[in-house]
Design a binder for this molecule. Sequence first.
Ligand SMILES: Nc1ncnc2c1ncn2[C@@H]1O[C@H](COP(=O)(O)OP(=O)(O)OP(=O)(O)O)[C@@H](O)[C@H]1O
Ligand SMILES: [Mg+2]
Length: 368
Amino acid sequence: MDLASHRFMSYFEPEQAAHLCQIAIVVSFAEETLVFEEGEAADFLYLVLDGEVEFSKRIENNKYQTVAVAKPDDFFGELGVLDGEPRSARAVARGSSTLAKICREELIEALQFAKGSSVLQMFNFIIKNLRSTTDQYVNQFVHKQKMVLVGEMVSTIIHDFKSPFTGIKLSSEMLKEMHPDEETQEWCELIQLQVQRMLGMAEEVLEFSRGNSALTKKPVNLIQTLQQFEKLNRVYFEAAKVELIIRVTEVIVEADENKILRVLQNLVGNAVEAFGGRGGRVEIAVTQSEEWAEINIYDNGPGIPQAIKEKLFEPFVTYGKRTGTGLGTAIAKSIVDAHKGKITYESEDKKGTTFYIRLPKITNEPIE
Ligand SMILES: Nc1ncnc2c1ncn2[C@@H]1O[C@H](COP(=O)(O)OP(=O)(O)OP(=O)(O)O)[C@@H](O)[C@H]1O
Ligand SMILES: [Mg+2]
């Protein structure tokens, strides 16, 4: 956007605004570049013209927690400039961004000559920002507490399920021995696989709630992964009257296959649940570009409800389900992110939903 039409300029008389535009320094920041670090002296006020800037605070182990995001027409860094205290968070350009910066002395001088109503307007904006940052903090705190609770719950479930699962496994092994025909063997193997999967699922929720998603990567042929996925779900799809169409080309990715299966399961599971017993069609297509393996999952269901579209991938966002925890898509995203991939979606009311997953074909992690 144009500097002269930035909201900050509207707080001043035209002459003063023109002067501020003149002395402002317009700077471009490449993706992921630091604008300022937590603890640094606050010398400038920044106006966002293009792109986005993310603010994060250092928490334990040099990890950073996002506390707010500034978008075009927002300004930031005013608190340190006004009270002379160091920066309370670090600011990083999210994508390539253009900012205009005004130095402390010039700003203070401009404010001295500004009308009372203009200063009031500016403070309104500052207070609104402070409120939303505080809200975000509180939400993150509540979210953390919920995660701890989920972790505790799942630990108990895993613990209590272990012995019945062992019972099921042993029984199916006995059945296999008693009935050596091919069909019984296959069904019994399916039972064992599913039990194994249930434990795997619970372990994954546990890992997610603890915030670690360690990957066991190896070269994975997506054709085989999808065959496995279909085999595991055949009975489930039949019961739910779901037609599954898989179109896959040979693509090899460095991935944790169990986790990729989990992503498919969570997304396809959502589609099946969205059909609400009326049945429907799910199509999974795997293609590739030079860098990426692309997995697209389409369903002709009712579409993602409008009310949650903006925050679908956030944990505990659920809609219209009696038993939804709201973790399915959050786990899917955390797995795709851990693979340095991308997940997005498009959804149209009453027409259906498509999730687009991109996974890097080769690892480009630096050798440590
Ligand atoms: N393919 C889809 N079609 C329609 N709605 C969907 C689809 N996928 C997700 N949703 C909506 O998004 C919400 C969030 O999905 P998510 O998988 O994160 O949680 P959940 O399914 O509610 O609970 P959980 O997966 O933890 O059991 C769902 O409750 C549902 O309303
Ligand atoms: Mg789900």
